[in-house]
Design a protein around this ligand. Structure first.
Ligand SMILES: *Cc1c(COP(=O)(O)O)cnc(C)c1O
Length: 360
């Protein structure tokens, strides 16, 4: 028995690493698989403080995000992507081998992966057929879970949570669990943010990121918004220097007035591209649109999903297979790219269906 086999934690033995499409298929030129922005914006870097450890939570960055999100300074913590926020919440509020989280599949995969790596139980209350929350099924877990993860707009369905449903969940779990609303895509659906509800609900936590609308997936910068008590608890657990100095500098520029204006104009361009892509996909007889389009991706069902994926990979075009998710058989998710990428994607679909003998 190798030293690794001997020592590896029991809860990790069956675990496989997160399967991003880029881990599965190397190469490719058009990446419409990870909901990244097609824009790559320029930033200035000042190297004069690189010899010093950064502040744990750089004040100008926290202030910048609090202003942008319309919350108080003490209601914000900055993490290495929203993904680190997910793990911090689990590590801070769940005891390994004892507690559990609640998730609502089909949804983002990292809630379950983080719970598994931390040896935390995972309970499920699947979304209804129309991808709304199954509130009754969720409330059956009151007292049995510590953290509830919901996602709005939801990845990969693009649907948003109705405010009445969210209120019911927040109130139902008021004395027993944190309700985490993952708003990674909120800039594409801005008026539906839950942030104004922070003042009212002590158990509400909101996850945000610069990875999607802000076009900074490479930066690894996310934010968790919550009551100052919750933020203080997370600060006990976070690493001593989680925000590298260059990250803080770039994030501050992204959150400046000019940066926010640029983000909004790029979001509005992507929303137009999304409308074109959606109507183009809708014209293919072999494609059925699934869910909604409140984020920067489109989910669709195609019976020839395996052949289509293989063809696209061969052509250097990566999208994301979501067919293993609950209620999403034969579903694929495509990120809205720039005009050229979206047109190429539609052209490849046309060729594919012609080759299959199904006219487009
Ligand atoms: C992309 C994504 C994240 C992760 O964001 P990072 O800040 O890049 O870690 C979190 N939640 C959802 C729903 C996402 O789609």
């Amino acid at each position: 028995m190798s030293i690794v086999d001997k020592l590896l934690c029991d809860n990790l033995k069956a675990l496989k690493p997160y399967e991003s499409a880029r881990r599965l298929f190397s190469g490719g030129q058009d990446w419409l698989n990870a909901n990244e922005s097609p824009f790559a914006n320029a930033y200035d870097i000042d190297h004069s403080r690189f010899n010093r450890y950064p502040d744990c939570q750089p004040a100008s960055l926290i202030k910048g995000y609090a202003e942008y999100a319309g919350v108080r300074y003490d209601q914000v913590i900055c993490t290495r992507g929203a993904d680190e926020g997910i793990e911090l919440l689990i590590r801070t509020f769940c005891t390994p081998g004892k507690d559990a989280i609640l998730i609502t599949p089909p949804t983002y995969g990292m809630y379950a992966i983080s719970a598994e790596t931390c040896n935390i139980g995972i309970e499920k209350a699947p979304l209804c057929e129309d991808f709304s929350l199954d509130v009754d099924a969720m409330l059956k877990w009151v007292g049995k879970v510590n953290v509830v993860f919901v996602c709005s707009p939801n990845n990969p369905t693009g649907t948003r949570i109705a405010p009445q449903q969210l209120t019911a969940i927040l109130e139902g779990f008021a004395d027993s669990a944190l309700v985490v609303v993952d708003e990674a895509y909120i800039e594409f659906d801005e008026q539906f943010s839950t942030a104004p509800m922070l003042a009212q609900y002590d158990n509400l936590v909101i996850l945000r990121t610069l990875s999607k609308a802000y076009a900074l997936a490479g930066l690894r910068c996310g934010f968790t918004l919550a009551s100052s008590d919750i933020i203080q608890a997370l600060l006990k657990v976070i690493a001593p220097y989680p925000v590298p100095e260059p990250v803080a500098q770039i994030a501050c520029q992204a959150l400046s007035e000019q940066g926010v204006a640029q983000m909004r104009s790029q979001v509005s361009e992507l929303n137009q591209q999304k409308a074109w892509l959606k109507s183009s996909l809708d014209k293919f007889p072999s494609i059925t649109l699934v869910g909604d389009d409140n984020a920067n991706f489109i989910l669709f069902r195609c019976e020839q999903r395996m052949e289509l994926m293989a063809y696209l990979v061969e052509q250097g075009m990566l999208i994301r297979d979501q067919s293993k998710q609950y209620n999403l058989h034969d579903c694929l998710r495509v990120t809205v790219g720039n005009d050229e990428q979206n047109q190429r994607f539609v052209a490849l679909l046309t060729t594919f269906f012609q080759q299959q003998g199904i006219s487009a």
